[in-house]
Ligand binder design. Structure first.
Ligand SMILES: [Zn+2]
Length: 447
């Protein structure tokens, strides 16, 4: 009957339309993933470039969450700092070091820095001549935790200053006091690298330090030969012969991606001291790490800030930020303690540091990006009887008295100059990276 036939035709048409719609939806989803997996040059960094993190299943419109990840340069303790913090025999208080940056550090969802000393205990003494072998009182860690830091990177050229014993005791103290660490370990039951979960965003962290010397038969850092038994305790690489490093680091990169890392950050201790520009070795290593797939490089060791640069992967599909050197977060290196010959005339630059902050956005389909980056310029103010405090420059210059800049006759003037010096090295690279961001999902809403 005509009426029945008509009904059948409508039913068939409806079925075909449902089928077409299903095909279109599935193909759109695949396109989104493929774009991301292959690395769309119009977007910044795709965490899915490794192709090993399955996007989380989604229903309805996309949402996203954002976190901030803060880092810091070299935290060092020279004798004047230790003397200035001494309250009595064996009793030290370093709280004022970090009191003014606390508000910035605490505000970040996750805060890290390079801990460039050992906690080798009182038997190696603290007040007598140490250099070039560092040892700081355990209470330094209380001020770091008090400021809001969550994790310390421990692979640097000073971590072996008191051998395997120093590495192990340092780890014990960090564990006892309750701060996480990456770069060294007590024994082979744990790893030197890891994923940290920050409010549901998984960040893979790997940390290596440069070796010294060129004798193939022995690995040295800071001139010290590392005993064979201690080699597994710390992550080192040879800048002149980086191939074994590349192999190992790529393995670890893949391992952490397979374990679900949304973002991969490598923290390096490298370069030449007191040089304001990265050398060709650093540039070549940065290129290789970008090509492996890392989303960001944070580095230090030169004791001065080196520029922030955008690195483009060799295939042209990805761009990542590289902080070539974050400078000294705190130390007694300054224009009064160093000779110009020692630092190629860059003494004043050793007073400058920064707190880079990365804003990381993860969409509900699993795509994760470093959406924008910042550097927060800092400067070490030494005043009075060997007192040291880290000055957050933008905040302090707006209210110098509140940040004690008038505690010395030169504080305010030097702080102003420091801000200009750091902006000259970092502002352009940071702006270049941030200009690349193009939201791949403009209709997504914040969770
Ligand atoms: Zn160093």
């Amino acid at each position: 009957m005509p009426k029945n036939n008509k009904g059948l035709i409508y039913l068939l048409i409806a079925l075909v339309m449902v089928l077409i719609l299903t095909v279109v939806i599935v193909s759109c989803k695949n396109n989104t993933r493929n774009t991301n997996t292959n690395g769309d040059p119009s977007t910044i960094v795709s965490s899915d470039d490794g192709g090993n993190t399955e996007p989380e299943p989604t229903e309805g419109p996309l949402t996203y969450k954002e976190i901030t990840f803060l880092s810091g340069g070299d935290i060092m303790y020279h004798r004047p700092q230790i003397r200035g913090a001494k309250l009595g025999e064996g009793n030290y208080d370093f709280t004022i070091n970090m009191q003014y940056i606390k508000q910035l550090v605490e505000k970040a969802d996750f805060a890290t820095a390079n801990f460039e000393t050992t906690l080798s205990g009182p038997k190696y003494n603290y007040d007598k001549k140490q250099f070039p072998f560092f040892n700081a009182p355990d209470s330094t860690v209380d001020s770091i935790i008090g400021a809001g830091f969550d994790l310390l990177f421990t692979a640097n050229n000073h971590c072996y200053d008191h051998g395997g014993e120093g590495i192990k005791r340092t780890i014990d103290v960090l564990n006892e006091k309750g701060i996480d660490h990456v770069g060294t370990r007590k024994d082979e039951s744990t790893k030197t690298y890891k994923i940290v979960d920050v409010k549901g965003i998984k960040i893979g962290l790997i940390n290596y330090t440069l070796e010294s010397g060129s004798d193939d038969s022995v690995t040295r850092i800071n001139g010290n030969a590392i005993a064979n038994a201690d080699l597994p305790l710390l992550d080192t690489f040879n800048e002149a012969k980086p191939d074994p490093f590349y192999v190992e680091v790529e393995q670890r990169y893949k391992e952490l991606r397979e374990q679900g890392a949304d973002i991969m950050i490598i923290v390096l201790h490298w370069g030449v001291e007191y040089q304001l520009e990265p050398n060709n070795t650093q540039k070549a290593i940065a290129q290789k790490l970008c090509d492996i797939g890392f989303d960001c490089i944070l580095a230090s060791h030169p004791h001065v800030i080196q520029p922030v640069r955008v690195i483009t992967s060799s295939d042209g599909t990805r761009k990542i930020p590289c902080y070539y050197s974050m400078g000294n977060l705190i130390s007694n290196q300054n224009r009064d303690s160093l000779s110009s010959g020692e630092t190629s005339g860059h003494n004043a630059y050793t007073e400058n540091g920064m707190l880079p902050t990365l804003t990381i956005r993860k969409y509900s389909n699993g795509e994760t990006y470093i959406k924008d980056i910042e550097y927060y310029a800092t400067w070490v103010h030494k005043y009075g009887n060997e007192k040291f405090t880290i000055i957050p420059l933008t905040l302090a210059l707006a209210d110098p008295n509140a940040y004690g800049l008038n505690n010395s006759s030169t504080g305010l003037e030097r702080a102003k100059k420091a801000k200009e010096m750091t902006a000259g090295l970092c502002a352009a690279g940071v702006a270049e990276y941030n200009a690349l961001w193009k939201d791949p999902h403009p209709n997504a809403t914040a969770e």
